[in-house]
Design a protein around this ligand. Structure first.
Ligand code: NAD
Ligand code: DAU
Length: 355
């Protein structure tokens, strides 16, 4: 099997590639533009492996994407390349429209032309796997779960761009017969996540004795999934998912943001008992809410469990401990990832344009 992964230098894509190289005999081509979020250091464990290749390519560059298909002859595409941070989408939506919408369209068109050129056996076996988010479903109240049939209702520029890309992928299946599968996953956490997202930002700030900025009252709920569990779900759907179907992926681990930050502080107190900043919970600071902040996400993952036999291995507490230990042991990765790019400042407070 030859797999073309887009966005493989990012948080989830690199976890997928490390897992695929370690646990299968597949070959992987990683197509990544290397934005601020892309980091080849995250692939150090595989970059000397003869089954791994890196191609620095922007998915919006049609001739280059076409060349990738012709040169590498993939059996499947797993499409993760995206702008992924909600707060950045509030400050600057253009890159989200460009990569998430136009980039997905460009990749679909190149994939379609390539797929049509294949023999009928290879056409049948080919898969285009689009990796998406539960945020396309909008916000839940205190009750209920997101199902695969939940109506799309995206609220942020990020989630609207991902919803648009989901619709394009579905249409390329319906209209052209491209064999697609789609997954919509909840919040991931784990090693190698860029320290702009809640959990790694809080770890980095706590270690430096900086305030831990909790948006609003900290009562928003997310459904947390350890990144390696997401990677195994993606492999499962790619291998066995039914063409044209969507599978929701979640951790069955709902927590309020305040619960997450308190658990994280308690673990840091235990793992760094001599820290001058312990107890770390004293650093918690409530700050202005995110504009348009979705209250609650929670996934019903019954379909992927019953049809494909996937369940997460890690609980939130075991996964969070592993994550914090990784960050404590990999401060160099974090420092180099943010150097000259991101100083931990608050993102996403731009006032929307009135025009
Ligand atoms: P990330 O921001 O860590 O990584 C994104 C990667 O895409 C980076 O390596 C970046 O360089 C690359 N990229 C960006 N624009 C590109 C372009 N134009 N061409 C080629 N490469 C480009 O993101 P992530 O958290 O790993 O998310 C990966 C995918 O999973 C995204 O599609 C995201 O929407 C989806 N997702 C993320 C989560 C989560 O909690 N992080 C949950 C559900 C779904
Ligand atoms: O649900 C899946 C989505 O999860 C993915 O599609 C996105 O790519 C991913 O970034 C994530 O989006 P969120 O907006 O939920 O993640 P983030 O880590 O930015 O924020 C998690 C929650 O924590 C959210 O309610 C906002 C809050 N928050 C975030 C930051 C960065 C804070 O309270 N303080 C912070 O400093």
């Amino acid at each position: 099997m030859r797999l073309l992964v887009t966005g493989g230098a990012g948080f989830i894509g690199s976890a997928v590639i490390r897992q695929v190289i370690a646990e299968t005999d597949w070959s992987v081509v990683n197509c990544d533009k290397l934005t601020y979020a892309g980091n080849l250091e995250s692939l150090a464990a595989v970059d000397q492996n003869p089954r791994y290749r890196f191609e620095k390519v922007d998915i919006c560059d049609a001739p280059e994407v076409t060349r990738l298909f012709a040169e590498h002859q993939p059996d499947a595409v797993m499409h993760l390349a995206a702008e992924s941070h909600v707060d950045r989408s509030i400050d600057g939506p253009a890159a989200f429209i460009e990569t998430n919408v136009v980039g997905t369209y460009t990749l679909l068109e190149a994939a379609r032309a390539y797929w049509k050129s294949l023999s009928s056996d290879r056409q049948q076996a080919f898969r285009f796997h689009h990796v998406s988010t539960d945020e396309v479903y909008g916000s839940l109240g205190p009750e209920g779960l997101f199902h695969e049939t939940t109506r799309y209702d995206p609220n942020s520029p990020y989630s609207a761009s991902k919803a648009a890309s989901d619709h394009l992928v579905r249409a390329w299946n319906h209209t052209y017969g491209l064999p697609v599968v789609v997954t919509n996953c909840s919040n991931n956490y784990g090693p190698y996540q860029y320290p702009e997202k809640l959990i790694p930002l809080m770890i980095q700030n706590a270690l430096a004795g900086k305030p831990l900025p909790v948006y609003g009252k900290g009562e928003n709920v997310r459904d947390w999934l350890f990144v390696d569990d997401h990677a195994s779900a993606l492999r499962t759907v790619l291998a066995n998912g039914r063409v044209g179907e969507t599978y929701n992926v979640g951790g069955n681990s709902e927590r309020t943001n305040l619960q997450v930050v308190h658990t994280l502080c308690a673990l840091l107190d235990e793992l760094r008992p001599d820290s001058p900043f312990a107890p770390h919970a004293n650093l918690i600071t409530f700050v202005a809410d995110r504009p348009g902040h979705d209250l609650r996400y929670a996934i019903d993952a019954t379909k992927i469990r019953d049809e494909l036999g996937w369940t997460p291995r890690e609980t939130f507490e075991t996964g969070l401990r592993r994550t914090i230990e990784w960050y404590l042991n990999n401060q160099g990765w974090c420092e180099r990832a943010v150097a000259g790019r991101y100083a931990g400042e608050r993102l996403g407070l731009s006032t929307p344009s009135k025009s």
